[in-house]
Design a binder for this molecule. Structure first.
Ligand code: F3S
Length: 103
């Protein structure tokens, strides 16, 4: 089990989530953040931090976003492998045009 970052993070990247993660399991690309299922311990600390409710327990991922389960795993594996994208500190929110859940 793991927690999953889903569609609402797209182009928003508020990054409040990664700051509270005790196992530092968040990775990012230009689009959004992802949780590494290899490292996530399901503590749920990140869930209430996200202002656009993008993070769900894997088992509770809304049906329309279940593809994000594999996406989080694949992106983290690739980013980790490249030594790029690890994020543990807050950065300025992206809030791009595709960010539909703006604060
Ligand atoms: Fe994305 Fe929410 Fe974190 S918008 S970067 S999952 S706080």
């Amino acid at each position: 089990m793991s927690h999953i970052v889903t569609a609402n993070c797209n182009d928003c990247k508020y990054t409040d989530c990664c700051v509270v993660c005790p196992v530092e399991c968040f990775y990012q690309d230009d689009t959004m953040l992802y949780i590494d299922p290899q490292d996530c311990i399901d503590c749920e600390a990140c869930v209430p931090e996200c202002p656009v409710e993008a993070i769900f327990a894997e088992a509770n991922t809304p049906a329309q976003w279940t593809s994000y389960i594999q996406l989080n795993a694949e992106k983290c594996a690739a980013l980790k492998g490249s030594g790029d994208g690890h994020i543990t500190e807050k950065q300025d929110a992206k809030e791009g045009p595709g960010c539909t859940g703006k604060k």
